[in-house]
Design a protein around this ligand. Structure first.
Ligand SMILES: Nc1ncnc2c1ncn2[C@@H]1O[C@H](COP(=O)(O)OP(=O)(O)OP(=O)(O)O)[C@@H](O)[C@H]1O
Ligand SMILES: [Mg+2]
Length: 381
């Protein structure tokens, strides 16, 4: 790939066709890059946006292999994909970013933690177990149990406070982590191209909804000292370089009372904690991902305006055809950007969209965000 001219004859294949894919396609279109998706759900957000949409399993070897075979470059928007098929495609000469090797490490929380330990990257202490029976020997309460593979949005993660909690232990290969009494959860998005050029975004701060275990509010930039900002960005750069990763990488971090920063986990794709970059930063995380996998120069990560991002989740008591209550009211508020993911049906806590509020004063953006949060509801009629 020698220049930035692609057009119809170049097929960028993407494993996954969800909302991350939707926002990626929106940016790829600006560069005349055609995106072709594979997703098991015929109604996935990318179904009628992709240049072609293949319905099929992301974890099935043959499906991923034959999808990949007919594309010029492959990428992902979800990490739970068949890596054996990607390995074979790569051996046969297909260009795949992020590489199957890095996906294999990241897909398994056990391998991921071992990578941090082996590379001197700060992370919570951990042990690896194969079954519930083995974990029952553990005496250091409280601890966090995480399934090695397949967990997402907090599913597959649980806190074990004492022996009474043992009955709820997952009986599957998992890791047990020291519980970190963090004061903030931070995230740094970083990208790298094949030339080794890197670009790091300013750190953001995430506030979780304890019921849904999903990000409720995200603040950009994070309210942290310059010193912490520098440390967080250095860690993110260190991880991406040590992984020899190409693409966009989200680095989830814990900040402790004493100013220590620990890596929680990384995601090898655009991430929920980078949605505000679409309007809030000079280059969005989606455009940056495209630039990095095509080995183009990376864009500026600077913040244009502070922003607050809210996930628009399905309301707790509604299931059925989605209706966005008070949408017109919130459009009257200044600096409000709506993103709906085109999902026809809502269910409790399903990610249906997000809203980014930009303002030159972050405190003002927070006030408007609270109003949006109160008014805009996803229900079904
Ligand atoms: N060692 C820990 N100490 C304290 N809290 C933790 C620890 N590990 C995870 N958590 C909490 O649990 C949440 C989910 O954990 P983690 O990010 O590992 O799971 P996940 O399901 O892969 O996440 P997601 O898909 O939401 O990013 C974290 O955001 C954090 O709030
Ligand atoms: Mg996480």
């Amino acid at each position: 790939m020698k220049n930035a001219n692609y057009g119809k004859n170049f097929k960028l294949g993407m494993l996954g066709g969800g909302q991350l894919g939707q926002m990626f396609i929106q940016q790829a279109m600006n560069f005349d890059v055609r995106v072709h998706c594979l997703d098991p759900d015929p109604d996935a957000p990318c179904a009628d946006l992709a240049s072609s949409f293949t319905v099929g399993s992301l974890t099935d070897f043959d499906t991923v292999y034959s999808f990949g075979k007919s594309k010029d470059l492959l990428t992902i928007e979800i990490e739970n994909v068949n890596i054996d098929a990607l390995d074979l495609l790569q051996k046969e000469g297909k260009i795949i970013f992020p590489s199957p090797r890095t996906l294999r490490i990241i897909q398994d929380k056990g391998l991921q933690k071992e990578f941090y330990a082996a590379n001197n990257l700060p992370t919570a202490g951990f042990s690896i177990f194969n079954s519930k029976a083995e974990i029952q020997q553990t005496k250091n309460f409280p601890f966090v149990q995480k399934l090695r593979t397949g967990g997402y949005d907090g599913k597959g993660v649980q806190v074990i406070r004492n022996q009474n909690d043992f009955e709820k232990l997952f009986d599957a290969p998992s890791i047990v982590e020291e519980m970190i009494p963090f004061i903030k959860e931070l995230s740094v998005i970083v990208s790298r191209n094949q030339n080794g050029q890197t670009a790091v975004y300013p750190t953001v701060e995430c506030e979780f909804n304890p019921d849904a275990n999903l990000v409720e509010f995200l603040f950009s930039p994070a309210d942290i000292s310059e010193n912490i900002e520098k440390k967080a960005q250095e860690i993110a750069l260190d991880v991406i370089n040590k992984l020899d990763f190409v693409g966009i990488l989200a680095v989830e971090l814990f900040l402790t009372e004493s100013g220590e920063i620990l890596i929680n986990e990384v995601a090898p794709r655009p991430h929920n904690s980078g949605h505000q970059t679409i309007e809030g930063n000079i280059t969005s995380q989606f455009e940056q991902h495209l630039r990095s996998i095509l080995n183009w120069p990376l864009g500026s990560t600077d913040i244009i305006q502070p922003s607050v991002m809210i996930n628009l989740l399905g309301s707790a008591n509604f299931q059925g055809k989605a209706y966005y209550e008070n949408l017109e009211d919130i459009l009257q508020l200044s600096g409000v950007h709506i993103h709906l993911y085109g999902k026809e049906f809502t269910k409790p806590f399903r990610k249906m969209g997000h809203v980014t509020i930009c303002h030159k004063e972050i405190e003002e953006a927070k006030k408007i965000a609270r109003q949006v949060k109160e008014k805009l509801k996803v229900i079904s009629l």
